[in-house]
Write a protein that binds this ligand. Sequence first.
Ligand SMILES: Nc1nc2c(ncn2[C@@H]2O[C@H](COP(=O)(O)OP(=O)(O)OP(=O)(O)O)[C@@H](O)[C@H]2O)c(=O)[nH]1
Ligand SMILES: [Mg+2]
Length: 192
Amino acid sequence: MPLKAAFFRSYNDARKIPSDGRPQIAFAGRSNVGKSTLLNRLVGIKKLAKTSKTPGRTRLLNFFLIEDRYFFVDLPGYGYARASAKAKAEWGKLVNDYLEQAQNLKGLCFLIDSRREPDEDDLMMIDWMETRGVRFVVVLTKADKLSRGKLGQKSREIDRIFKTESIPFSSLSGVGKRELLSWIEKTVKAVS
Ligand SMILES: Nc1nc2c(ncn2[C@@H]2O[C@H](COP(=O)(O)OP(=O)(O)OP(=O)(O)O)[C@@H](O)[C@H]2O)c(=O)[nH]1
Ligand SMILES: [Mg+2]
């Protein structure tokens, strides 16, 4: 069953986001890691969130209302090397402000490209989530780009580093979709 999903609003200021008590599930990770594509795959609507071959596509906090019950929040990516210093600072501030201020942030899907090594920014994000105590799940994106053996090796490595159980995910094949949706459902329902 596809999820009922609709674009809600974009925000350029974390202080303006909805505070109606509906839970928020955010998607974070490097630019180009596949956040917007994954969100589209989860809801089964190809062009709901805008995606792009070039990094730096998502620049605002984009809210999507899911099943009239909770929000998906598509965040701008970090670490886009070719963005101007000013743009990087703006996106960075927007994401940081959101993560610090969002009262209704219930869970974070933290995406890492299965072909890359986690970098300093990734480690910082995980540190931050642990400090704040937000529920999170590590998602290894673009799983279709690796052989089964390599993918297994990679997810064991990531699980060791982050002391967690990651979910390999492919927006092409749909691998990992069921698992991630069940994590989301559980997280939305969890009592604080
Ligand atoms: N092969 C493959 N390509 C993918 C997958 N997910 C995303 N991509 C491609 O990766 C590129 C970036 O995807 P986006 O979803 O726009 O990435 P993003 O993380 O939202 O990027 P920003 O908005 O810049 O932060 C696009 O060309 C996608 O088609 C996947 O599971 N498999
Ligand atoms: Mg995006």
